[in-house]
Design a protein around this ligand. Structure first.
Ligand SMILES: [Zn+2]
Length: 344
């Protein structure tokens, strides 16, 4: 028996194919995927990649292109492999935590699993992901979630927790402007506002994205109303064909002196800025990538505080329509959606 899956072969070469249903290895569960979110990273991989996706076989898994993409997903546990003791997990709804760190390298030993030397990222690097009817994942890479609408937001929420922890004096950096009202932008806004207690405003150059963010209860501002008044600007937009200036650089215009520009969006091409503008204003550009085990431990506490109904920004699309209805659409009409969720 086979299953439908989206395979990434190369830049602008993705194919919906039938592949064999995977069998859970020891320590793994078989998931029937119900929700798999589209992330801008995957669009950038499609248009300009492979960047994180690798042509070389992964050191730990041996896997390379073609790979089943989709790294923000979840579903229902259908089967357990050998060695999975908690058989009660069968039938549970779970989100997938895509990061599989090695546990032994310099970074893993000090709790920086997001910098692991031999990182595997389910659905991106070294392991098949969620744009498929079924997926096998390790038991430690799943997290039970009651609300189906949260399934594809667990990974961006973890990323936002990591970013928030990096700015450890966040309560002294009260005013935050987030550029980009996609899944990561809204997740970051929710975590920084509801958990870290910051004042958060969201901007997006796409009017309907901004409108939907407002509908979901976030404070929003159009670009012409943004001023140099924020302690922290977070670039959740990354590379975009919609804007002549990278959000990473434009964001500096809205930062007070001594402010922090936090980059969370992805770029696969150079951006230009004048370093001495940073110097004389003592602004910093910092980055935050993925999440760590410590962030995962904070997850239940953070989720309990979030005041967002993510169903307001989700549009579900069948896996059969993923190439035209999701990938192509995301390239040409980003304003028409906030969060596309593929339903296999
Ligand atoms: Zn490691």
């Amino acid at each position: 028996m086979g299953l439908r899956a989206l395979l990434y072969y190369n830049q602008r070469d993705i194919r919906l194919e039938d592949v064999a249903i995977p069998v859970p290895a020891p320590g793994q569960v078989l998931l029937r995927v119900t929700d798999a979110g589209l992330c801008q990273t995957q669009i950038n991989e499609f248009i300009e990649g492979p960047f994180i996706i690798s042509r070389k076989p992964h050191k730990r898994t041996g896997k390379s292109i073609p790979i089943i993409t989709g790294h923000e997903f979840g579903g229902i546990v259908e089967k357990c492999g050998a060695g999975v003791e908690n058989k009660n997990i069968i039938g549970s709804q779970v989100a997938v935590l895509p990061l599989m760190s090695c546990g032994t390298c310099y970074y893993c030993k000090k709790g920086s699993e997001n910098k692991c030397d031999d990182m595997v990222m389910i659905g991106l690097l070294g392991e098949n992901g969620g744009f498929a009817e079924y997926a096998c994942v390790n038991i430690e890479n799943i997290f039970p979630v009651q609300d189906r609408n949260l399934l594809t937001f667990i990974e961006p929420i973890l990323i936002a927790i990591e970013a928030g922890c990096k700015i450890n004096d966040i309560r002294d950096h009260k005013r935050i402007c987030i550029l980009g009202a996609g899944a990561i932008g809204l997740s970051a806004a929710a975590v920084f506002r509801d958990f870290f207690g910051a004042e958060v405003v969201i901007n997006d150059i796409l009017p309907n994205r901004l409108r939907r963010a407002k509908l979901a209860g976030f404070e929003t501002l159009e670009k012409d109303k943004l001023q140099r008044e924020y302690d922290i600007v977070i670039d959740c937009a990354g590379s975009s064909s919609y804007s002549k200036r990278a959000a990473l650089i434009e964001g500096l215009d809205y930062l007070i002196r001594g402010g922090i520009l936090l980059n969370m969006g992805t770029y696969f091409h150079p951006v230009h800025f004048i370093p001495s503008y940073l110097l004389i204003s003592e602004q910093q550009i910092i980055t935050s990538f993925s999440y760590t085990k410590a962030d995962f431990q904070m997850l239940p506490e953070v989720l309990a505080k979030l005041q967002v109904d993510f169903s307001l920004v989700i549009e579900r699309i069948s896996l059969d329509d993923i190439i035209e209805g999701v990938y192509y659409r995301a390239e040409v009409d980003m304003d028409s959606f906030t969060r596309l969720v593929v339903v296999p």
